[in-house]
Write a protein that binds this ligand. Structure first.
Ligand code: SME
Length: 159
């Protein structure tokens, strides 16, 4: 049984604890789907105020839904489409304060108001993107971005 008690006083400590927990959960496990599934569950359980946490995998140049927590989501996203597709195409983090103002945003859950998408890249190749959605505008700040970038750097070695 895994029972992580993450109740950090501030965001930096929260993400440090999250990263340590994820490191422990994925160490020595070579299966990418298992590691993404546990990462989605851990993020979902730990981060307050989110309504979706999960992954889209790069399958032959198209994003395909991977392990996640939250409502059922759209399955395939072409590179360049929506927030996830923009992250996949540019290999740059997309931190969107208001998804309704983002051109081509794909609404999987009408409740989503803001979104953070972080590419997971190994040796210059996109493996997947981490996608977090929140039902509140501007839910994600620079600390969330830095924390998720660190998580994705770890995952790049575990997928
Ligand atoms: N909103 C995303 C689609 C994925 S869902 O949020 C789970 C986008 O615009 O890429």
């Amino acid at each position: 049984m895994y029972d992580f008690k993450i109740a950090a006083a501030d965001k930096a400590a929260l993400y440090a604890d999250l990263l340590a927990a994820l490191d422990g959960l994925t160490a020595g496990e070579p299966d990418a789907i298992a590691n993404m599934a546990n990462a989605a569950a851990l993020l979902w359980e730990t981060l307050p105020g989110i309504n979706w946490a999960g992954f889209y995998r790069n399958v032959g140049g198209e994003l395909v839904l991977g392990p996640f927590q939250g409502r059922p989501a759209c399955i395939r996203i072409p590179f360049g489409r929506g927030v996830c597709g923009a992250a996949a195409e540019s290999l740059a983090v997309q931190r969107v304060e208001d998804v309704h103002a983002f051109p081509g945003h794909i609404a999987c859950d009408a409740a989503s108001q803001s979104e953070l998408v972080v590419p997971i890249v190994r040796n210059g190749e996109l493996l997947a993107v981490l996608d977090l959605d929140a039902p509140e505008k501007a839910r994600f700040d620079a600390e969330d971005e830095a924390g998720c970038v660190a998580i994705c750097r770890l995952l790049a070695e575990r997928l």
